[in-house]
Unconditional design. Sequence first.
Length: 369
Amino acid sequence: MKRKMIAAFMTGLMALSLAACGGSAAPEKEAAQEAPETQEEAQTEEAPEVRESEGTVYKVGIVKFMDHASLNQIESNIQSELDALSGDGVTYDYASYTKNGQGDPTTINQIVADLMASEVDLLVPIATPAAQIAQSVTEGEDLPIVFSAVSDPVSAGLAASVEAPGANITGTSDYLNTNAIMDLIFSLDPEADYVGLLYSNSEDASRVPIQDAKAYLDEKGVKYIEKTGTTTDEVSQAVDALIAEDVDAVFTPTDNTIMNAELAFFEKLSDAGIPHYAGADSFALNGAFCGFGVDYAQLGRETAKMIDEILRGGADTASLSVRTFENGIATINTDTCAALGLDMEAVKEAFAPYVTQIVETATQQNFEQ
């Protein structure tokens, strides 16, 4: 009964042009709790157990923050793993409930509201901004959320702790070891004395890694300059400014805004002889010299397994730990490496003490499926 009343409420709310949902569903929820339940309605709430023997279909709503290589890779691996996990009377239906927020908070807000009205059984926001919006829109509800690729869920206000998130939300983290990327910069260029920090100050996921980078460089006595942008044009202008400053290298954390713009500016940096180090392999796929971090295909598959543990296995999101992954995979763009005049074997030798794996890629739009 509760889910039916929420669906009715959300439909009415959208008719009034819902733009900022927040906790506005709370009064309706209280009304639902006060209304007496009939025996028939009580049996309806137990429907998943009854349907199990006949075949249960779980509706999984996937909300991707925006369209770029890393998030696309995560999305496709969540879907393929859900397909693999379907069986034994359970089917995961995501096809009609997979949406792209296009990097727009208002759009994502509406998408989440629409998915709730469609009575999805679980939400999967991909990337920190999408997860924060999903958390806000579903506040006061018991709809489980499994986020994916949230760099710092505690600082982002999504979890009380990694070990025990404490509410209806948990997921997978692509936490970045910033010091390891800094080590790569100086392993290849020990004489580097000026580093550019390129990021979007609108993304919470970038805040802590940038702080960590500055602390590392301060301790090492290396000068740095920060440049930011929130659109592709602004990012391109920020890159122009870094080139004018004649920095020795540029660092970007797992920043969706910069990732989305990489294809538009990577040649500027390589033509200027400035290597770009970033916090995901997709940056290298789109032209950056080096991407470093977690395996996003693995992260997507693990996200799907958590969905299965909650929906099929009955795991509690409040106590299901956020899953983290080992950093250490360096992805080097061979085209950019050559454009910078670097020898690939020399790069591998310099990086070897600081990485667990080195992967080579060429510049392209997206990962091959």
